[in-house]
Design a protein around this ligand. Structure first.
Ligand code: SAH
Length: 366
């Protein structure tokens, strides 16, 4: 019995079934029992591996794309370099190392991280303390990095932002169409066990536009948290300039049940072990792009295409020069894993946000 399961069962007995969003929020971020709140889930020994943990090339190329976007906008001073959900801090460390050679970029920036997990904030501080210290040629104090719980708290300044596998972790609701109304999928009880059920049908104004492209029984997912975050990011980029690179699995428009759990690198039942498995859903990039107005958005681009356009093959060949044996094999496999359509190259997609007055970040097009 997990501690969180007992808490959730007691709450459902008292208040009735909870939405998937409420369930997901507690499972991921409950301060005592939440999945992210209690552990570092990344890497071979954890539950899943992400692109920056696979190869340094991912962060290097994203960093250079952002730095070029900064130059395209006239190299403004006083910018925010931000990341949402930085995990172990690996992506930001690679970004900082790769952009060291860009004149004026480090002097113009302040690093801001959006992270709610105290455990992962500590890991990020340790990673970046080492690498940012090296890259800036000085030792790094806590003053050089500012952490926030939400993008709302980011400074009112030009914003250059990265988010890799962040939006998939934000809690979603699922609604199942029935005529002109929707039943909400909820977590309730079957005896003493958590079980999925549906609410009575109700109208959902936010889904009026989905009457055209859905049929009875179809499931649509909505993520209020993602829309709020994208709105705050887009407002800053639209008003002050900047760029965002949002990388995740998902599609232009959500359709169908994508709520999933992963534990020990395997798919799991999302209700089996509350707080013990990573819970995610596919990202609805259309909803993000719309919420980000007045910022403009790029075409949704497969990760493999994006990285190839940015020159990952040349970078991989340069890095391969210094490698042999097992290290070389691992490096070749990492390049393939990031870009090949049968691996992460097509499932993962990139959405760029940028101001009306600037071109999209390199690697993306309108
Ligand atoms: N970007 C990293 C980690 C992805 S895991 C990588 O690619 O390796 C998701 C990250 O988002 C974790 O750092 C998690 O703690 C953070 N996170 C999840 N939900 C969040 C929320 N609502 N607000 C802020 N951070 C969140």
């Amino acid at each position: 019995m997990s501690g969180l399961r007992d808490i959730l069962i007691a709450r459902i007995r008292a208040d009735g079934p909870m939405t998937l969003a409420e369930y997901m929020a507690d499972c991921l971020m409950h301060p005592e029992h939440g999945y992210y709140a209690t552990r570092d889930p990344l890497g071979a020994a954890g539950d899943f591996t992400t692109a920056p943990e696979i190869s340094q090339m991912f962060g290097e190329l994203l960093g250079l794309s952002l730095a070029q976007a900064w130059m395209d906008q006239g190299s403004p001073e006083g910018i925010t370099l931000a990341e949402c959900g930085p995990g172990r801090g690996t992506l930001m460390a690679d970004v900082l190392r790769a952009t060291r050679a860009v004149p004026g970029f480090h002097a113009a920036m302040r690093v801001h991280l959006v992270e709610t997990s105290a455990t992962l904030r500590a890991v990020q501080g340790a990673t970046l303390g080492k690498s940012l210290g090296k890259s800036l040629g000085k030792s790094l104090g806590r003053d050089d990095i500012t952490w926030h719980d939400h993008v709302d708290a980011l400074p009112d300044a030009p914003l250059f932002l990265l988010a890799n596998e962040f939006f998939d972790a934000l809690p979603i609701r699922q609604l199942q169409r029935e005529g002109g109304m929707w039943r909400e999928r909820c977590v309730g009880l079957s005896g003493d066990a958590l079980a999925l059920g549906v609410s009575a049908p109700k109208p959902v104004a936010a889904l009026a536009h989905r009457m055209e492209d859905t049929r009875d029984g179809d499931i649509v997912e909505i993520c209020a948290g993602a829309q709020a975050m994208a709105g705050a990011i887009g407002a800053r980029i639209g008003a002050r300039g900047g760029a965002a690179l949002i990388v995740d699995y998902g599609d232009w428009r959500s359709l169908g049940d994508t709520f999933q759990a992963v534990a020990g690198h395997e798919a799991a039942d999302p209700l089996a072990d509350p707080g013990g498995a990573d819970l995610t859903a596919h990202v609805d990039f259309e909803a993000l792009a719309q919420a980000a107005a007045p910022a403009k958005h790029s075409r949704l681009t497969p990760q493999g295409v994006f990285l190839e356009r940015l020159g990952i093959t040349a970078r991989a060949q340069a890095l391969a020069q210094g490698l042999e044996g097992a290290a070389l094999d691992a490096h070749v496999a990492a390049h393939r894993r990031l870009t090949h359509p049968a691996e992460m190259g097509t499932v993962f997609k990139v959405l760029g946000l940028f101001p009306e007055t600037a071109p999209p970040p390199p690697g993306l097009e309108t």
